[in-house]
Design a protein. Structure first.
Length: 240
């Protein structure tokens, strides 16, 4: 998309999700290095699990809206493919990095893996219009009703029909999360047709940094954790 055609309010929404994610990961990193007292359970405590779900939902809604914008702007498969390769490549780097840091719970299908797959599905279903609302609901509800041990392995759990959550630091399977991106795409299509100003309007000056940040989601995602972890390690080393 031409930078001059950026939708500042959409970028600001994405930027808010990025800041929330960074704060969440900062707390997680402090806990990992034993610097939170009392220690927190990021895997079971609703204080943290609900935040994670909300952050992922914001990212997927934003991505779905972004796909609606790209489709309306006539984005071709070549440009889509270049961006998709960047996301898929970064997903691979996340798997490799997590395998080094968390060998017993490395990330085989986290948020970037999920986004890469969901973007293809959303792109292929761009012409389905309002049908994506009920399909999104179905995608969200099916894992509540259907599960099978076949989907519990690392080779198949990406579908989402698992009988139990795998031991991993991040898990964003196709189901139910595709439903959230489908809803984002459907909402984006409706907003562009009926309330474009809700996306394209300007933002208040205090929110301008969020809009600027929201234009670089992949770079921010890949850099923020190494920087946070590096800062924490440096601080703990200097204060020993």
């Amino acid at each position: 998309m031409n930078p001059a055609a950026r939708l500042d309010r959409l970028d600001a929404l994405r930027g808010a999700a990025m800041v929330w994610m960074a704060l969440f990961h900062f707390a997680f990193d402090l806990n990992h290095f034993g610097l939170l007292d009392p220690r927190q359970d990021f895997y079971r405590d609703p204080l943290w699990t609900l935040q994670r779900s909300a952050i992922v939902s914001l990212f997927l809604l934003s991505a779905g809206i972004g796909q609606a914008v790209a489709t309306q702007a006539g984005q071709g498969w070549a440009r889509f493919g270049r961006r998709w390769l960047q996301i898929a490549g970064c997903a691979l780097l996340v798997s490799l990095g997590s395998a080094w840091m968390f060998p017993r719970s490395w990330i085989s299908f986290g948020v970037l893996h999920g986004i890469a797959l969901m973007l293809v599905v959303v792109r292929l279903t761009a012409g389905w219009g309002a049908w994506r609302w009920p399909l999104g609901l179905a995608a969200i509800l099916v894992p509540q009703w259907v599960a099978h041990p076949f989907f519990d392995s690392r080779w198949t759990n990406w579908v989402g029909l698992v009988t139990h959550k795998p031991v991993t630091e991040d898990f964003v399977p196709l189901l139910p999360w595709l439903g959230v991106m489908w809803w984002g795409a459907a909402a984006g299509q409706w907003l562009l047709a009926h309330r474009r100003g809700w996306l394209a309007g300007g933002v208040a000056r205090p929110l301008a940094p969020l809009a600027a940040l929201g234009r670089w989601p992949l770079s921010f995602y890949m850099l923020h954790q190494p920087l946070l972890i590096g800062a924490i390690v440096a601080w703990t080393t200097m204060t020993r």
